[in-house]
Design a protein around this ligand. Sequence first.
Ligand SMILES: COc1cccc(-c2nc(Nc3cc(C)[nH]n3)cc3ccccc23)c1
Length: 280
Amino acid sequence: KNFHLGMFEIGRPLGKGKFGRVYLARERTSGFICALKVLYKSELQQGSGVEKQVRREIEIQSNLRHPNILKLYGHFHDSKRIFLILEYAGKGELYKHLRREGRFPEWKAAQYIAQMASALKYLHRKHVIHRDIKPENILVGIHGEIKISDFGWSVHAPNNRRKTLCGTLDYLPPEMIRSGSKENWYNEKVDLWSLGVLTYEFLVGEAPFEDTPIMTQRRIAKADMTIPQWVSKEAQDLIKRLLVLDPEKRLSLDEVQNHPWIIKHCVKGERAANREKPLK
Ligand SMILES: COc1cccc(-c2nc(Nc3cc(C)[nH]n3)cc3ccccc23)c1
């Protein structure tokens, strides 16, 4: 299917990301609403190999179909710009909701984590490691469901791509911090660590190792965090079983989905009785 700019009516700017602006857009013939992300080739060429990364991410993203992963319907380009035709998530950026509300009630945090676990299970089955799970990379759909929206994904674990330390360190797992081993290999288990950081931040309103960059690295390397005592015991248990230094000792995504804290908040009423499997 070949797309071009004339096919779309461009609506209001939704906001700007790292490399480009995002607009609300409507496809003229079908009236289909989407989000159009505009990336300037000039800006991408400056970045070290960022253009190749965008190409690869487009390749990955276009083949994914999951309710908690933002869809990429297609892309096209003109002489100066690359356009990504993306699913429109009506309630915008999750981190804005988190900052506005301060922190999420346990039922809401648990439902978000269950949706993240479902999306990550789908990705890991396709040998895609997300690597960059954080509130800034999550959008909220019109029905309150969350959608992983970042393209910074890598394929095939273990992956020895150097992680350019741009942005926050808060979510980096210890095996990626250990700059000692030049070949920082890692596997899908990095996403389980980040899921633990996300759980903590949803419930507490700040990241568990938040500090100066040097101190953050030191605290991550020792999994040095304290969970406020007002966080429920079940939630504390899940966080502690994810923020484990040894990647192999972290909970699996199946164990996350079957954790008592998730079961308690994510099983519909009538099924709570006979404690069947949690909703997907
Ligand atoms: C970088 O993209 C930015 C930046 C700032 C805000 C938004 C934003 N996005 C969306 N939905 C989206 C965005 C995409 C790629 N699909 N669906 C909705 C919003 C609603 C209110 C305010 C802001 C919104 C995006």
